[in-house]
Design a protein around this ligand. Sequence first.
Ligand code: C2O
Ligand code: CU
Ligand code: CU
Length: 474
Amino acid sequence: MPAINSRSLRRRDFVGFGAVTLGSAWLGACERSADAILSPLASDEPLAARTASPTRNPLRIPSTVSAAGLTLNAAAGTTNLGGTYESNALMYNGQFPGPSIIANAGSTATIRFVNGLAQPSITHWHGMIVDHEDDGHPLQAVGPGSFYDYEFPIAQRAALNWYHPHPHMHTGEQVFYGLAGAFILRDAEEAALNLPSGAYEVPLIIRDASFDSGGNLKLGGKASGFLGTDPLVNGTRYPYLPVDKAIYRLRILNGCNARVFRLALSNNASFTLIGNDGGLLASPASVAQITMAPAERVDVLVDLRQLNANASVMLRCLDAGWDILELRGTGAVISGQSIPSGTLSSITPLVGPATPDRRFSFDGMTRINGQVYDINRTDFTVKRNTVERWQFVTNGNAPHPVHIHGASFQVQSRTGGRGTKFPWEYGWKDTVLLGDRETVDVLIRFDRAGLYLIHCHQLAHEDQGMMSNFVVED
Ligand code: C2O
Ligand code: CU
Ligand code: CU
């Protein structure tokens, strides 16, 4: 296994802001709260301050920050989830979700992650192709009061990626309580398309959640995977977004621990699908429904040019029966937009073997190929710059959203189960949904040597061991 943390300056303990100071503050928190990692600030507020009324709240749009010279401080705090909904949370820079990081292809990200939590943590840039020291492997987790410095070039195409914690066995918990944010990459190819921008480009981090009687986020159901009782969009309960008579570009991330969404619009209009995990598709596709597993992203255009003032269209999940987001008309007319119809992007197909080089069986809720994750064990090695065909199978307990660090891949086929490759599975992907009875083949090529991970992104499965270390070698 390559040396980890060879750049030893990357992790440091603070002087004067160390474990002693933080530790005593957290001890007080733990005494009063069942959740050791959360402070109990709102737990004894009167219940009368809460309401179950489904009055809709304005959708929160996360603030944007540059990837150059950023400090991300993860810590417990309280957040307003819209209207009268207040909750304890774990947040990056006090925001739920964390700020949207924006970076241009060709630039360099320099980010300090500061762990103000009571647990070890490390930040992974999901979808970013970076060297292993910058990948947020659980071996790189830093303790409370410590930090980790990242520096990596943005050497990939425009896409909606995201960031979240990746510590050994605590990822699900830290993500659930609020640690996640968008990482948006831009490039010239995307800019030339003149897609809706500014207020007409909306990041939507959609997830589920459950709440205790005090209205605080409450994680349950750890073994088989957490399914929450309510949707949250950008940390907003019952959200609405005022929309003009315009085309909107919705950049959607499934930020759930375990839930698969089947998205549709209440007016039965289709989405124009233009991108996914790895950026733009080769050409747009019109789709009435989109199935999205945790960690998958889609980039869709929604045509609201006919939507009158005060009329609304709901973004729905057909499986949960939820109206996730109300798009509420303002009546303002916007001109000069259009839905692209020709080529969006050039995607070079990977050329590789017709039969699998490797097979990964996602077994039960805790194993890959019969083995529970061991943070110190390397399970296999891969040659750099070589296209391989990887095959994913399962003996049940899906959904298993299969995610690979260190490279994007191209889905080749799905047999069994749903038996097809869906429009949002073309182009480049880093996460693919493996359902029960399904076999999914992908082609993949790693351009960087180092230690990476393959794992199930159902976070209870991941934390319980459905993860594997591998090394890419020259
Ligand atoms: Cu989004 Cu290894 O994770
Ligand atoms: Cu990842
Ligand atoms: Cu799984």
